[in-house]
Design a protein around this ligand. Structure first.
Ligand SMILES: [Zn+2]
Length: 222
């Protein structure tokens, strides 16, 4: 069962090893209950440690399970002995990494919503919304995203973070597997992980550049 939606602040759990196998030359593990978020939706997959009978194994990534629609595979640095299937395992997230992902990912949602608020109209969604090492960005293909609009928005964005506001995330009651992000009256469809309050994003540095009509807004945590 995927536990990262029930509580996006769950840093460790005890569960059991459900499967050990090699997939695409990668050492993979399935766990009965999982707190590792898979790569997707502009967010990187979680990293961390599995502890089985006192031995630590590094989780270096995650991927969707090709054999199980809602399943997630943990990619391990080394092969875990197959006899560990069924054993109890302590799963521990690299919380510093995840928390940074949650802050950056929430920041790009918020920035887009506030661009629309400043523009006073619905804007095209970012062509790419992603996270690189240490910063997140929204890249647009629209001449509506002008430097003036961005600069006005940046100020409102920083003020909103300083004041703080609740972020709600929830499953769509009618569409299975579909989730929503909601904050300050804005709604975005997203199945990622997010902070509970935009105040947690903290101070940011925002840079803007435009190449061939594709404005990009980079947001870096201070
Ligand atoms: Zn999201």
């Amino acid at each position: 069962m995927q536990k990262f939606y029930e509580d996006q602040y769950l840093k460790e759990i005890k569960t059991t090893i459900a499967g050990v196998f090699v997939e695409n030359d990668q050492n993979c593990v399935q766990v009965a209950d999982n707190i590792f978020y898979p790569r997707g939706g502009g967010q990187k997959g979680d990293k961390g440690i599995l502890t089985i009978e006192g031995v630590n194994y590094d989780v270096i990534g995650t991927t969707k399970d090709p054999y199980n629609e809602n399943g997630i595979l943990l990619i391990m640095a080394e092969k875990i002995p197959e006899e560990n299937k069924g054993q109890e395992v302590l799963c521990k997230l690299n919380w510093a990494f995840r928390n940074k992902q949650m802050r950056l990912h929430t920041a790009v949602h918020l920035h887009h919503c506030l661009l629309e608020k400043t523009a006073g109209e619905k804007l095209p969604v970012p062509k790419v919304s992603d996270i690189q090492d240490g910063f997140a960005f929204n890249r647009y293909e629209s001449n509506k995203i002008t430097q003036d609009l961005i600069e006005k928005t940046n100020q409102i964005f920083c003020e909103a973070i300083a004041v703080g506001a609740e972020v709600r995330t929830y499953s769509d009651p009618e569409k299975e597997g579909f989730r929503w992000w909601e904050c300050l009256g804005f709604k975005i469809p997203c199945g990622g992980t997010h902070v509970k309050n935009i105040a947690e994003i903290g101070e940011v540095e925002i840079k803007y550049n435009e190449k061939k009509g594709t404005p990009t807004i980079n947001i870096k945590l201070k």
